[in-house]
Design a protein around this ligand. Structure first.
Ligand code: NAP
Length: 290
């Protein structure tokens, strides 16, 4: 691409950002769509996210993605927050407006698009969410919103799982969600089969040899395992799910679609399915996946 005086800049703020796949997504989309736009990673030192947002606005950036640890910390520095992002309590995309940046959450709709494409439904499902961090909370809200009949959060720190379940119940109305200690998976009723969404960091690169639960008896209760980790593309959780008769999916498509939704917000242009596939191939190449 040719960078000139009209080139618009988008990027990622976080810490660390060095292993990001987002430039592969956005620069592929921009090039294919003939958009004069570049996407760059910006490593922001702890405590300086406010300066980063103000600086980015002053430098006329079109938009930013936000990653750990700033997804909640960034909110006070925005002019406006989209209602979905406000409900989730986390922003991963900033869009330039006349007065300042507006914050959105594209992780949750990105996961929803990925699940639809993978043929994984939520309505009427009994869902286990492993973890109770920022993304697990968004997944629990997604599950409630799309009609899961039961949502069980299993977490190493059970108080956090219960807190998230209470918040989800307050948002959804009724009591679809429940929080439990991770080790209590053994108390799940025999004969029930679940969609399990893996939202912990366990099994993530570089410590790829673990899964948050390793007991085969747990995987017998799962008909589908969806790991939100995207590096490695095939996690131990996915392997254990398959070995015990379930379908398994990884987090790479969620990553792709959260990026595509952000790109559509920045440029106001729809990304076609063919182009989404091209960006997916570029991401896989960047990760050295065949
Ligand atoms: P987070 O807020 O830091 O939450 C981490 C969760 O993992 C917590 O529930 C934590 O339990 C649990 N955990 C960490 N180490 C553990 C261990 N050794 N044993 C048991 N549980 C452990 O992180 P997050 O932002 O929600 O991200 C969660 C996952 O989502 C990450 O793997 C990330 O890569 C993935 N993600 C994927 C995408 C995508 O596009 N595919 C986007 C965003 C995030 P405690 O509460 O007990 O500490």
């Amino acid at each position: 691409m040719i960078v000139n005086g009209y080139t618009r800049t988008c990027g990622l703020i976080g810490n660390p950002v060095e292993h990001t796949m987002s430039p592969a997504i956005h620069n592929t989309l921009a090039e294919a769509m003939g958009e004069n736009l570049v996407y760059l990673p910006f490593h922001v030192p702890r405590g300086q996210v406010g300066e980063a947002v103000r600086g980015a606005y002053a430098l006329n950036l079109l938009g930013l993605n936000v990653t750990v640890p700033y997804k909640s910390e960034v909110i006070p520095f925005l002019k406006e927050t989209d209602p979905l992002a406000e409900t989730i309590g986390a922003v991963n995309t900033l869009v330039r407006t006349k007065e300042g940046f507006k914050g959105y959450n594209t992780d949750m709709p990105g996961l929803y698009r990925a699940m639809c494409e993978d043929g994984v439904g939520i309505e009427g499902e009994k869902i286990l969410i492993l973890g109770a961090g920022g993304v697990a909370r968004a997944v629990a809200i997604l599950a409630a919103r799309y009609g899961a009949c039961r949502i069980i959060l299993l977490n190493r720190t059970p108080e956090k799982a219960r807190k998230v379940a209470d918040e989800v119940n307050a948002i959804a109305g009724g009591e679809p969600a429940e929080g439990m200690a991770l080790e209590n998976y053994q108390s799940l009723p025999a004969g029930e089969r679940y969609l399990a969404i893996q939202a912990t960091n366990v099994g993530m690169f570089p410590k790829t040899d673990g899964a948050v639960i390793e007991d085969a008896a747990f995987y017998h209760k799962i008909h589908t395992g969806y790991d939100l980790i995207f590096n490695p593309a095939e996690t131990k959780f996915m392997r254990l799910t398959r070995e015990n008769g379930g379908r398994a999916f990884g987090g790479l498509k969620m990553l792709l679609y959260q990026g595509i939704i952000a790109y559509e917000l920045w440029t106001d242009h729809q990304v076609s399915r063919e182009l989404a596939e091209k960006a997916y191939i570029e991401m896989r190449k960047a990760m050295h996946i065949q």
